[in-house]
Each structure stands twice: as structure tokens, then as C-alpha cells.
Design a protein around this ligand. Structure first.
Ligand code: HMH
Length: 221
């Protein structure tokens, strides 16, 4: 476990669920060009709500990173993520205007509500740093692995969706996810057995919630 890292060992152990989240039919339909734009629009409106709720979660991780971590670069990685969310919210507004998706009075879908409630539970002081940094890594990495697939050579991603795919599929976002993975691995190596168990369960919960989020966007089961 030491050599490949705890995070990679969990990805291997739970590869079916991990692949379910990172190669969902919603993502496959973007990459093969068969996506129904109404699905993309539904995703856009719901993800805007999600990202707004993600801000206080990221802020709570920043607070824990600044208190608990013995490596000051942790705090800087989380800070840069938090800072880029401001730009991300602007992007959602611009993109929503382009697609005629209203962002006020959006009806928050049940799957999104569940995910946001889960994020909120992770902002509590009793949610330990190794657990929340694992959650942050998983949340970001599902999007990175999903959208980078849409940008691979030979895929037929519609040009209108390239920009969205580049937000999370870019190399820069990939490097950020890798930094989070290194931080998570270091924290998990020092964590108690109880924290390790909680972090693994949290990782699995993120994968389930991501799958439900894609299902909701796709408008199917
Ligand atoms: C549902 N998961 C969801 N939305 C996002 N924007 C991300 C992950 C990445 O930040």
C-alpha cells in the first residue's frame, strides 16, 4: 500500500464504482457526440447550484488545512482551488446565458439536494481533515477523469461543449487533482484506523453521489 498510495489502492479496490462515476453514460454521450443538449442544460443549471454549495465546503477544508496540516503547501493548494471558484461561478453565469438556462429559482433536484447535504455534513468541526481532504480529492477527480475523457483524441465531443470539458479536463486541473491526491495520501498514512475507515466510506459515498448526479442530468435511471 505504501508504494502505490492509499488513494490508488482504494481506486483499485472499488474500480467498478469508480468507473461508474468517471465513465458514466452522460459523459460517454458527450464524448461520442450523441448527447441531447437538454441534458447538458439540466446539468448546467444543477451544477451551478452545486458549485455555490461547494464554496463553503472548500472554505471549511481550507480552515482545517491551515489548522491541522504540518505542510504549509496543503493550505496553498486548497486556497488556489477556493480562489478559482469565483471564476467558475462567473463561467456558469456566462454559459447559462448562452444556453438560455435560467439560474434564478432553479428547482433543486433531489440528487443534488442529497449531495449538498452531504457536503454540509463535511463542514462540521467533527469531520476530520484526512476525511474531508479525501472527499475534496474524490469530488474534483471524478470531474477531471470524466471531462478529460471527452477531450481525448478521436472522441466526438460537440464543439459547443469543448469549453465546459476544458474547465475540468485540462492539464492544469489534472495537476491540481494530483496535488490533492498527494496531500490525501500523506494525511491518510498518519490517520487512525477509525479515520481511515471513515475516509474510505466517504470516498465511496462521493462516487455514489456523483453517479446519481450524472443520472439526474441524463434524465434517466
Ligand atoms: C457534481 N462534482 C459535481 N460538480 C462539480 N462541479 C464537481 C464535482 C467539480 O468541482
Amino acid at each position: 500500500v505504501e508504494k502505490i498510495g492509499i488513494i490508488n489502492s482504494w481506486v483499485k479496490k472499488h474500480l467498478v464504482l469508480y468507473t461508474g462515476a468517471t465513465r458514466h453514460s452522460f459523459i460517454l454521450s458527450i464524448s461520442d457526440g450523441t448527447i441531447d443538449f437538454s441534458s447538458f442544460k439540466r446539468w448546467l443549471g444543477q451544477d451551478y447550484i452545486f458549485v455555490r454549495e461547494f464554496v463553503p465546503f472548500a472554505a471549511s477544508v481550507l480552515l482545517k488545512a491551515s489548522k491541522n496540516s504540518d505542510d504549509s503547501s496543503d493550505m496553498e493548494v486548497v486556497l488556489s482551488a477556493l480562489a478559482s471558484l469565483s471564476d467558475e461561478i462567473s463561467w456558469f453565469k456566462k454559459e447559462a446565458a448562452k444556453w438560455d438556462v435560467p439560474l434564478s429559482n432553479v428547482i433543486v433536484h433531489k440528487s443534488n439536494q442529497n449531495y449538498c447535504r452531504f457536503l454540509e455534513s463535511l463542514t462540521l468541526p467533527e469531520a476530520e481533515y484526512p476525511v474531508v481532504i479525501t472527499a475534496l480529492w474524490a469530488i474534483e477527480t471524478v470531474y477531471q477523469e470524466s471531462f478529460s475523457h471527452c477531450l481525448e483524441d478521436g472522441n466526438k465531443t460537440p464543439p459547443e461543449l469543448q469549453e465546459a470539458c476544458k474547465r475540468w479536463g485540462s492539464e492544469g486541473f489534472g495537476e491540481y487533482c494530483h496535488s490533492l491526491q498527494k496531500i490525501a495520501n500523506r494525511c491518510l498514512e498518519k490517520a487512525s484506523d477509525e479515520e481511515l475507515k471513515k475516509a474510505e466510506v466517504t470516498f465511496l459515498r462521493v462516487l455514489e453521489l456523483e453517479i446519481e448526479f450524472w443520472n439526474m442530468s441524463h434524465g434517466g435511471p
